[in-house]
Design a protein around this ligand. Sequence first.
Ligand code: ZN
Length: 282
Amino acid sequence: MSEDAPVRYEVRGPVAVVTMDRPDYRNAQNSRMTYALDDAYYKAVSDDDVKVIVLAGEGKHFSAGHDIGTPGRDVDQSFDRRAVLHWDHTNKSGGASRMAREAEVYVGMCRRWREIPKPTIAMVQGACIAGGLMLAWSCDLVIASDDAFFADPVVRMGIPGVEYFAHPWQMPPRFAKEFLFLGERVGAERARELGMVNRVVPREQLEAETFAVAEKIAEMPAFGLMLTKKAVNQCEDLMGMRDGMDSVFGLHHLAHAHNAEVGSDSLAGQDARSMRDAAAKK
Ligand code: ZN
């Protein structure tokens, strides 16, 4: 693990593997990692020999979500923006800063990655929490090990779900409410039943299964795969996902602003430790 290189990239035959590499922090996603992921995806899209992209997390956990408390947290840093056309957030304050940043590094990036013109597979083990869901959900397939679990506990911060609000399209709406209201962990098998996960395999078979699926997909013609991906994504958007997400992004920022107005920060005083302690109490 190197804080300068939070993502590894390798190509194995027709499959590019993009690996989040901050295992000491359960791959908590700071902006540096976000842009490193984007660089890796860009490389994979540009390489004609790559047909399928696998997104992986080093270590015991896929992703603990957005970095809200490691020494590498970098919310106040400026990066070369590329997901949306917006101003730099670092010399603005309040909503003008927060919304610009989250439009770029959260919703904008996840949408950009969802539209990658090659099939993507999230290979998920251990925790896939809050911001981690966005990384998995923006992939086309999700293959999980039997020890994987999924949760979006941000209602504890008074926030109606993570920024990339795909919940009612990733699972039935009634369960999406339970998932958010309780913030509890949903195991891999239950996630598969709900339609959020394609396959569940024992932990030791996760990599082999994921690559077997990736290599099989890679036998299909690249243009056909691109059109097929676009076809399903377009229909998902016709089912309201894109507009729904935009409207909920406003509610999300109302919550951040409310927190900042009545308290001392936009996360209702919560940090990684308090969120973990609350989860452990159950
Ligand atoms: Zn937010």
